[in-house]
Write a protein that binds this ligand. Sequence first.
Ligand SMILES: *Cc1c(COP(=O)(O)O)cnc(C)c1O
Length: 197
Amino acid sequence: MTKTYPVEKIIKALNLGMTDIGENRVQELIEKMDALGESAKYHMIGHLQTNKVKYIVDRIDLIHSLDRISLAKEINKRANKSGRVIDALIQVNIAREESKFGIMEEEAFPFIEKILRMNNINIKGLMTMAPHTDDEKIVRKTFNGLLNLSEKIKEQNYSELSMDILSMGMTNDFEVAIEEGSNMIRVGTGIFGERNY
Ligand SMILES: *Cc1c(COP(=O)(O)O)cnc(C)c1O
């Protein structure tokens, strides 16, 4: 995850074999898209405001933070105009934290069913963030909860949906995330060093 890190640092990492970058603010994502062009794949990992979708829809590779029907409708509309189908992960607030975005687990099925009717969005899996705590049990339970939910969704055999991606784990908890089934970790400081905001 490359938020706050300068383009020069990112270019070095791309030259060393990194392929994908993630940003949590649209403004910064666009700056990096403009600077790096086709040399990277782009992930939107942060809260996405509906009115900003139009700025990224042509170039985004994966949106990790699909968490509202209003956002899905806007992505679908803009993607249709651009002749694209946008890959997205549904962000789920497994730990039910007030401070976090994401749908509640129990909303997952109706949410998915609405999005399945939108032709220009492809659901590729789920994303979550664990509570910021040293208590490994809580972290593990959160990641395990997302894994379980993805398995329940798979059992429905929805056509035109895949649960291939589980985006979970950051610098301080990615080991636990991988143990619980993550196949897409989002590591920033662990690669680029502490941020100086
Ligand atoms: C910043 C961020 C990360 C990476 O965090 P680090 O602790 O620097 O690894 C991962 N996911 C999201 C959604 C983020 O905003």
